[in-house]
Design a binder for this molecule. Sequence first.
Ligand SMILES: [Zn+2]
Length: 412
Amino acid sequence: MLIENVSLLCSGQLIKGRDIQIRDTRIARIGKDLRKERGEEVIDGQSKLAIPGLLNCHTHLAMTLLRGYADDMELIPWLHDKIWPLEAKLTKEDVYWGAKLGCLEQIRMGITCYNDMYYFTDETARATKEMGLRAFLSGVVFDMRPDLLVETEPFIKRWTGDELITPAVGPHAVYTCSEETLLKAKEIADKYDTLIHIHVSETREEVDGLNLSKGMSPVEYLDRLGMLNERLVAVHCVWLSLEDAYLLAERKANVVDCTVSNLKLSSGIAPLNYLLEAGVNVCLGTDGPSSNNNLNLFEEMKVTAIVQKNAYHTPAAFSAEQIWSIATEGAYKTFGLDMGLQEGALADLALIDLERPWLCPQSNMISHLVYSMTGGVDTTIVNGKVLMRNGIIPGEKEILEKAQERFERLTA
Ligand SMILES: [Zn+2]
């Protein structure tokens, strides 16, 4: 495949008139006037900006079905009174169509890979494969449903080696999993060398609760259980001490910041300044679409930047360049993905229509991507395959209809 005459960002500068050649699943060459092979598929890149595909580093994708269902509540009553009772009624079919709807939205937003934790993980995997996205998937594990832990290992065995799906282990949080469950989750992750995906220190109640019961913070507790390492994906980390941040850095654990979800649930603001100062690898996620309520990483970047500026009372903090780097490089590092617009990298990328008012004048494009982007992803490519072209995704109408049906059944 050859993307002709496209614009790129090179050290933040807009460079026009380049070609990107994709061979199989990788970017083979980037240059000027590359020779077209006979019969090669050509994409016109005129007036388009190519960016590496975005990574949504934390979500519960099938919760697209619960979008707008329970707003304006705090985390614990939101989970207990609204989300968990409805999730108890979820079927495989619901998760399959909810995940398809989430894939659809992510493709439209230029997201090429996501990290998920939910129920009926095989259904999410099947939906994701059909839509062509890349994903790290963990079945959620907590004590109230012992069957979920039992399902973890067979799921990993089924999906290990798949070219798009990477299985992981997903203990929900320290307040929903006993020490025994956490240790079992760790044992499985160690055995199969997978990531551990867990919510950590999301609310003040969680941290206070663990301090009361164990006399330590969630981060210290996970460290005591031997779970803090470069395979840990610690989501939220809102209520952290400076010691927690240094411990996460020392153990090379990764943190996913989900600013919009944390703000919407009024959980707090993650201390990104001292996480970064301590040297922790940070990346961004939207969280589930019922606490965000969308899957838009451009919005996540903007809100993160402006909230952090306000938290530290200086507009100079968290520049567009820094946020862009967290959203891209931080994510590649967390998931060990060979990404970016360079030769040899995975052919996971998006083309953005430059002829949109919010991208004009074409000056500081990183600033536009972080602060002004409100749409216009035109083409999304994953693993060398085109998933959306000129804004068209095959099968979109059916997915919207089925998702609507599933929502109506769930809430009937
Ligand atoms: Zn979450």
